[in-house]
Design a protein around this ligand. Structure first.
Ligand SMILES: [Zn+2]
Length: 324
């Protein structure tokens, strides 16, 4: 059914180093659910006492040898950090999107490993030490947004799922687990390997071990830009609303959303091409203008166009205040 693998103690140790960030884990059911036919994951408990089981080297070896299949949690709640980021994609053009992400990651000198899955694949990035889940998520979500790769968390039915799936979790919480690589998928009844190395455990571990790991300072650099945007958004949110003139009772004032064409939602903002940038032949990626979803009277151009410039560009200049 699948190739026999012997997990040496060295391979198990390396696997733990790369993938295990906490000792809680899940097990994929050996039997399909009678109704859905799916092999669900559950958290294993000790027989009798019902105490949660902790991951051991023996369990990891059994996983690698195909005797059982484990799921691994991304975040350790003691420090809200993760050792890895896994991008799960299982829709029609999933592999295309993963390869696109992989290519653009290399532009930041971030190496990644692409693993096949039942329907699509998982792209793994390894981190030096363990890095804050929230920072990892900002980086990957922002990259996906720039590449127009759909993200499931943003409300789309299909899209990538980024593990860690949370910025932080409570001390007794687990977050979401993902199938531990190199094990046997019970539903597919086969082992999925990483591209880029021979299909033996030794070669695969060697390959994974050789991937450069993302350093904390690097990650900080990647997200500095995004971080700045968040601060601007907060400042805007706290600012007092600007009353557009001529918006008396029963009249509708100027609405930026009527003038920007197609928008997409990213976090708390609608994102669109900035009209003022567009007039100057800029913002071809169509993402300079952020409009606060909660209150579309607040908008700003990341490239620095003023409200006056934007209003002028859409043919609705801000009326000069009558002081007399
Ligand atoms: Zn602009």
């Amino acid at each position: 059914m699948y190739r026999r693998v012997v997990a040496t103690p060295a391979a198990v140790k390396e696997y733990v180093n790369l993938f295990v960030n906490r000792l809680a884990y899940t097990i994929q059911s050996m039997r399909p659910h009678p109704q859905s036919g799916r092999h669900y994951y559950y958290r294993p408990k000790e027989r009798g006492s019902g105490a949660p089981l902790h991951l051991t080297e023996k369990t990891v070896a059994d996983h690698l040898e195909g005797k059982m299949t484990i799921g691994l949690y991304a975040i350790n709640p003691s420090n809200q950090r993760s050792k890895w980021v896994a991008i799960d994609a299982d829709y029609k053009n999933a592999m295309e999107d993963l390869v696109k992400l992989q290519y653009y990651l290399t532009r930041d000198h971030v190496e990644s490993a692409l693993e096949m899955s039942k329907r699509g694949g998982h792209l793994w990035i390894f981190l030096a030490g363990a890095l804050l889940a929230s920072k990892c998520r900002i980086y990957i979500n922002d990259l996906a947004r720039k590449l127009a790769v759909p993200v499931k968390a943003s409300g789309l039915a299909e899209g990538i799922e980024v593990f860690p799936k949370h910025d932080a979790i409570a001390s007794g919480a687990f977050g979401n687990a993902i199938r531990g690589p190199l094990g046997v998928h019970r539903g597919a009844k086969r082992r999925f390997w990483f591209y880029g190395a021979d299909y033996t455990l030794e070669a695969q571990m060697q390959f994974l071990k050789g991937l450069r790991k993302v350093q904390e300072e690097e990650l900080d650099g990647f997200i500095a830009q995004t971080d700045l945007l968040t601060k601007v958004e907060k400042a805007r949110h706290q600012a007092k609303p600007i009353r557009e003139q001529g918006t008396g009772r029963g009249r509708t004032g100027f609405r930026i959303l009527d003038h920007v064409g197609m928008t997409r939602m990213v976090g708390k903002n609608h994102i669109a091409r900035c009209p003022s940038c567009a007039q100057a032949g800029h913002d071809h990626s169509g993402d300079n203008l952020a409009i606060l979803v909660a209150d579309p009277r607040f908008y700003l151009c990341w490239a620095g166009c003023s409200k006056e410039m934007i209003r002028a560009a859409v043919g609705h200049p801000i009326p000069v205040r009558q002081t007399a």
